[in-house]
Each structure stands twice: as structure tokens, then as C-alpha cells.
Design a protein around this ligand. Structure first.
Ligand code: ATP
Length: 353
């Protein structure tokens, strides 16, 4: 029996990510953990519905024993036993993020001994979470490059606050995760901007797309507006940059009282910063790739193609906090070196010696 890894949920970013990454890494390693001060950095600390769903889902997948799994709880003890591949269905309630719950389960299920199928219900395009299109176009192609095959289908859109979206996920596991090197983007293959509008005037999406096209000086044929069905109103605009070695997606989330041009400007600023730099991986993808590369390095040995490196911008607090959590569970070596004013090269390796 392993001693539990002790995690302080107030460290660094102090939000839900420390908890979700701890769940993910505990499932992969079989190491139990105890986390205190859950989401101490947030206005309403403790487990909220979305976090509790992630805890209960991880417990089901890892046949784990739990203490403290309740709304508002600030301490949780999680002891996994065996990973069970198979069919799962999880409801995140109202509009909690389905993609964050999925990312909690993926590292363990892509290394499980059989295929899995997961249906997740809740929000599919939430602020401060990876939207479905980011998951599908940016995150999963990189995970799939590591060996497993994961495909997702958006069955119903779910926007805050009504939610009611549904994702279905098919997972074909691999024996281990191969590493990768993302040191340059390669040639740009396609750039596009698309706005989604649900139960709202199409003009909202049209204004967003027009604004991005204007600011980017892109031709109108790379823009699109889709009127999508959902239980409630919703709107996002996303800019996709497809390069030879990576695809990045930057999203603006429409909300009441915020002008369409402002929402478009938020996505545009992120995309512009990315395009003006030599970063291969943007700020969100960076914190989300770290656990995958960490697990790759942890499972492998230094002679194999494991771990890897990627070039990104200045590390966000989500990324630095992620590195601390990964090191607490995996003991791999993660080094971020400065390449220029704005560039960092992140190396994830098997710990030497
Ligand atoms: P909180 O404790 O604030 O409720 P949370 O559990 O909702 O937090 P965070 O801990 O802030 O979530 O983690 C959010 C995750 O969502 C991070 O991995 C971040 O990279 C990702 N994310 C946020 N916005 C985007 C975006 N626009 N595109 C892709 N990923 C995003």
C-alpha cells in the first residue's frame, strides 16, 4: 500500500485544475492522495458540482475509496484500486464542463486494458474550460499522436447557463504513450473563424466573424456562422490556426451585455499573440499537454521515445501549478527554459539516474 501523496489545493493557481490533475495522475499511477484546501484560491472554495462530478467519475473508473466527496468539501481522500475500461455515462449537471471531466479520465482510460465509451452530459462550450472544438481540433490530435485513438462526437450543444449538451467519446487504448517534439509550427495550412449561435439572432455571429476577418485582414470565405440547436441561448466564436505540426483554437465566449465586437476581439487578441510569436503550443494547450507528456515520461525509460518538448509562450499559472502537481505524483523532470523574450521551451523527461 502506497503512502498517500499530500496535495495542497491552495498552491499556485489554487483552482479546480489541481484537483482534476491529482485525480488523473492518481488513477494512472495507482497512488492514493489527500488534497486539502480545495479551490482555496476561489471566491466559493471547496468542491462544486463540476469538480464533484469529476471526483465521482474518477472513483467509478478507478474503483476508488473516497472520503470527503461532497459539495463544499475542502478536503478529499482518494484511493484508487483498479482501472476499469468499459461504458460510462456521467452527468455534470446544469452547464458544468463535460470536457474538464473527460480530461480527468482520459490519461487512465487511454492506458487501460480495453476500449471504453463515455457519454458526458452538461456544458460543451463553457467559459474557462476547453470548448468542444478546442478538444476535438487541438487537444485530441496530439493525444492520438501519442498512440491511443480517441474520437469525440458532439451530440448536443450545451451553453452556460442552461447546459443540456452531450458528448460521446470512444477510446481505443495504447500500451504506453509515445512522446512528441513540437519545436516549430511548420507551414500554416489553414486559418478560419467560425461563430456558433443558438437561439439568438444570427447577426451576433455575423458581427463577430466580420470583426475577426477585418482585424486579421482575412478574406470572407474563411468565415462561417452556424445556427446550432441547444436547450438555451448560446454563442461562441472560434479562430482556428492549422499548421503542419499542430492546430490551435482560440475562443471568444458571447455573454449578456458584452458586444459582439468585444467577444470577437478577445479571441482575436489570443490568436494574434500566437501568430506573432514562434509558439507552437498556446497557453491553454500548454497546461493540458503537460500531464500527458508527464505520464509518457513516467511510464517509459530514457531509451524509448517518451516525454518530449514543446515551444510555448510565458508559462501561465495553470502551467506552473500543473508542473508542481505532476512532479508530486510522477517525479519526472520538467524544465522550462527561456528561448527569447516571450518564448519558453518546455522539456519533459524521464528523471536522470
Ligand atoms: P475553478 O476552480 O476556477 O472553478 P475550474 O475547475 O473551472 O476552476 P481551472 O482550474 O481554472 O478550472 O482550469 C481550467 C482549464 O480550462 C485549464 O486547463 C485551461 O487551460 C482550460 N481553458 C480555459 N479556457 C480555455 C480556452 N478558452 N480554451 C481552451 N482551454 C481553456
Amino acid at each position: 500500500m502506497h503512502a498517500p501523496v499530500m496535495i495542497d489545493g491552495s498552491q499556485g493557481e489554487g483552482g479546480g485544475q489541481i484537483l482534476r490533475s491529482s485525480l488523473a495522475l492518481s488513477l494512472v499511477t495507482g497512488r492514493p492522495f489527500v488534497i486539502d484546501n480545495i479551490r482555496a484560491g476561489r471566491g466559493k472554495p471547496g468542491l462544486m458540482r463540476q469538480h464533484l462530478t469529476a471526483v465521482l467519475a474518477a472513483a467509478e473508473v478507478g474503483a476508488a475509496e473516497l472520503e470527503g466527496a461532497a459539495i463544499g468539501s475542502r478536503r478529499l481522500s482518494f484511493t484508487p484500486t483498479t482501472i476499469r475500461s468499459g461504458s460510462y455515462r456521467f452527468g455534470v449537471g446544469t452547464a458544468g464542463s463535460t470536457t474538464l471531466v473527460l480530461q480527468t479520465l482520459l490519461p487512465a482510460l487511454v492506458l487501460a486494458d480495453g476500449p471504453s465509451e463515455i457519454v458526458l452530459e452538461g456544458g460543451t462550450h463553457n467559459t474557462w474550460a476547453p470548448p468542444f472544438h478546442f478538444l476535438e481540433r487541438a487537444y485530441l490530435p496530439l493525444l492520438n499522436r501519442m498512440g491511443p485513438q480517441v474520437s469525440v462526437r458532439l451530440e448536443r450543444y450545451g451553453f452556460y447557463p442552461v447546459g443540456g449538451g452531450r458528448l460521446s467519446v470512444q477510446i481505443q487504448p495504447a500500451k504506453s504513450l509515445m512522446g512528441f517534439h513540437l519545436v516549430n509550427r511548420g507551414e500554416t495550412k489553414a486559418k478560419s473563424v467560425c461563430a456558433l449561435v443558438a437561439n439568438l439572432p444570427a447577426a451576433i455571429g455575423e458581427r463577430e466573424v466580420k470583426e475577426v476577418l477585418r482585424r486579421m485582414s482575412w478574406p470572407s470565405d474563411v468565415g462561417c456562422v452556424l445556427d446550432v440547436g441547444a436547450s438555451g441561448p448560446g454563442n461562441v466564436v472560434f479562430i482556428e490556426i492549422e499548421s503542419a505540426h499542430v492546430t490551435e483554437v482560440f475562443t471568444g465566449f458571447g455573454r449578456l451585455g458584452t458586444k459582439s465586437e468585444h467577444v470577437a476581439g478577445e479571441a482575436w487578441r489570443e490568436a494574434r499573440t500566437y501568430l506573432a510569436s514562434d509558439a507552437v503550443v498556446g497557453p491553454y494547450l500548454s497546461d493540458q499537454l503537460l500531464p500527458l507528456l508527464g505520464v509518457s515520461a513516467w511510464r517509459g525509460d530514457s531509451s524509448a521515445n517518451v516525454g518530449g518538448r514543446f515551444r510555448t509562450g510565458p508559462l501561465t499559472r495553470h502551467s506552473t501549478t500543473q508542473i508542481e502537481t505532476i512532479q508530486a505524483f510522477l517525479g519526472v523532470q520538467i524544465v522550462a527554459s527561456t528561448v527569447d523574450n516571450h518564448g519558453r521551451m518546455v522539456d519533459v523527461d524521464v528523471r536522470p539516474g
